[in-house]
Design a protein. Structure first.
Length: 305
């Protein structure tokens, strides 16, 4: 076998090995998943935002996420939480910064690629990046100017004696007004005359209800009168101003006074029936009137005992 035949055999062997590597699963995975990091320049000023551009290649329907946060030397991620989230963008920008001068290395970033079911399909590792950080250049050609002297401001003290003079005049006027006022004669309080035949207010309200039952008024007149009698009783019994309050306001006030829920329920039934007649023009039978009056009498007797 001559030398030309040997060269042909070696070339054929190399082509065979290359084809095997390209068709192998390791080569397919390497071609399907990769990540490449780059920066727009190598040198930055201290405190500058450094945008690291990461380009990805992966099959459709996959997502990627940073496997873990690398430890940085004198560098700092400005948004570290966003790196650990799942993403599907083909290009991602990661922002870092540095607060010390020198040459630093951004270590490789390892990304995991997940398929649609969430299973690990592959991973990729970026190359380390060298980043130079320096302080801003100072222009020494310009003269350093001295600090300007303080500005002189004309200051005139406020004449506080004017305030003292005004206070003196106010005091004199107050004393003169006191001296000019004549003392008024003291009023003797008039004691109210108590009637000898003063009727107990509980019995008084019960008698009013009984009188209302015997009257021949229409529905609205009856329920309005019954409601007014109960308003008057509640005002005397619980010291509540009821004349300017609605039914709901009276019930809420009684709840605040910790009145028994049984009494409040009785009163609520009467008020509800009265409001339906007074505001909704609902008609009631004579038996309903008598039942409402009886419940009102029961409420007064039980709540006053």
């Amino acid at each position: 076998m001559n030398s030309s035949d040997q060269k042909c055999l070696k070339l054929l062997y190399a082509i065979t090995i290359l084809c095997f590597w390209l068709t192998s699963p390791f080569s397919a995975q390497a071609q399907e998943f990769y990540a490449k990091a780059s920066v727009e320049k190598d040198t930055f000023i201290v405190g500058d935002s450094i945008n690291v551009r990461v380009e990805f290649n992966f099959p459709a329907g996959h997502i990627y996420m940073l496997q873990k946060m690398p430890r940085l030397q004198s560098l700092e991620f400005l948004d570290s939480s966003a790196l650990l989230k799942q993403n599907k963008d083909r290009v991602k920008t990661i922002t870092i910064t540095g607060f010390d001068s020198g040459q630093f290395t951004l270590p490789p970033l390892e990304f995991d690629f997940l398929d649609a079911t969430g299973k690990l399909a592959g991973n990729a590792l970026t190359e380390p990046l060298q980043i130079n950080i320096k302080y801003a250049d100072v222009d020494t050609s310009k003269d350093i100017k001295p600090i300007k002297a303080p500005i002189q401001v004309d200051y005139k003290p406020f004449p506080y004696w004017i305030l003292v003079l005004i206070a003196v005049f106010i005091l004199i006027g107050f004393l003169l007004s006191k001296l000019r006022k004549k003392p008024k004669p003291e009023k003797i309080p008039v004691q109210p005359v108590v009637a000898e035949n003063n009727i107990n207010y509980i019995e008084e309200h019960i008698r009013k209800i009984e009188a209302l039952q015997e009257s021949e008024g229409n529905d609205q007149k009856f329920w309005f009168g019954l409601k007014e009698i109960l308003r008057s009783y509640i005002s005397r019994q619980y010291k509540i101003a009821t004349q300017e309050k609605t039914s709901a306001q009276i019930l809420n006030q009684l709840k605040k006074e910790e009145v028994s829920t049984q009494y409040i329920a009785q009163l609520e039934n009467i008020f509800k029936q009265a409001d339906l007649v007074l505001f909704a023009n609902q008609e009631t039978q004579n038996t309903e009137k008598q039942a409402g009056a009886a419940e009102a009498v029961s409420f007064i007797k039980q709540s006053s005992s």
